[in-house]
Write a protein that binds this ligand. Structure first.
Ligand SMILES: C[S@@+](CC[C@H](N)C(=O)[O-])C[C@H]1O[C@@H](n2cnc3c(N)ncnc32)[C@H](O)[C@@H]1O
Length: 267
């Protein structure tokens, strides 16, 4: 693995995010922390699903992401709406923002494309770049959530990987604002239960007038973290007073929670 995280959020995949990934209950959840702690930094902000509504509401929030394509599309959307903020391209393990923050939050970005060492480095960077008294709000999808291939942790199912490739032409297409049609098709290539990471492949296509005019293939590594493991890593990074919420609600998680959110303080 290179020093540059291996994510699929480029080209047509970035375009898909920008066109179709809007809204979501996470926006209101993270907003409460932004309201009470500015300036804030949206790490792995993508095309601005959370960031843009916060800027529109007048909050002082910067955004960063490893993907220059996601940042370019985020900037384009903001400019279209006459909005602006500090946007910068940086992997979270090399986070070096222009100022320190009262809140740093990460929604759907931790453990993507990176090594575990880089993830630990990223937690250290979050700590370093928070002001004393500041808060980190970091979500993580549980490895056994329905969104992840839990069965493939077992040897019998793991031996059947990689999963077969499905024709991109059969994937559901969606029409973008530019009139083109887009489709994504992903498959699990490998899952290493010892080192707790999976590798996926994503194929993306764009059609104009029914004709495939662009096709891309990307890879993504996802590191899996369990609750108690992340608690230890956060403590090791220097965080204290750590609260865990379930599924982006201000409630304790249960065994049925798919997502956990770690709210951690820098004293
Ligand atoms: C699932 S998207 C989430 C985007 C946004 N936070 C949202 O909720 O709409 C994941 C984002 O993480 C970014 N990303 C992946 N690995 C990263 C890393 N190591 N450092 C910074 N950003 C990363 C991707 O480029 C992508 O924009």
């Amino acid at each position: 693995m290179t020093n540059r995280p291996e994510t699929w959020h480029y080209g047509l995949v970035a375009k898909w995010w920008s066109e179709f990934n809007q809204g979501g209950h996470e926006i209101a959840y993270f907003q409460k922390y932004v309201e009470h702690g500015q300036p804030a930094l949206d790490v792995a902000c993508g095309t601005g699903r959370l960031l843009i509504p916060y800027i529109r509401a007048g909050f002082d929030v910067d955004g960063c992401d490893v993907s220059s394509d996601m940042i370019a599309l985020c900037r384009e959307k903001m400019e279209r709406d006459g909005l602006s903020t500090n946007l910068f391209v940086q992997p979270m393990h090399d986070l070096d923002p222009p100022r320190t923050y009262r809140t740093i939050f990460v929604c759907g970005g931790f453990g993507l494309g990176s090594t575990r060492e880089q993830d630990i480095e990223a937690l250290g960077r979050f700590f370093e770049n928070l002001e004393p008294g500041g808060t980190l709000v970091l979500d993580n999808e549980n490895p056994y959530s329905p969104g992840y291939p839990w069965r493939s942790w077992r040897k019998e199912e793991g031996d059947e990987l990689p999963r077969p490739a499905k024709p991109l032409a059969d994937a559901e297409r969606r029409r973008g604002s530019d009139g083109a049609e887009y489709a994504l098709e992903s498959r699990l290539l490998d899952l290493d239960p010892l080192e707790q990471f999976a590798t996926y492949e994503m194929r993306a296509g764009m059609w104009r007038n029914g004709e495939l005019v662009q096709e891309e293939e990307h890879a993504l590594r996802i590191n899996f973290y369990f609750k108690n493991e992340l608690l230890v890593l956060l403590e090791r990074a220097g965080f204290t007073d750590i609260i865990v919420h379930g599924d982006h609600r201000e409630e304790a998680p249960t065994r049925d929670s798919d997502f956990l959110v770690f709210v951690a303080k820098k004293r």
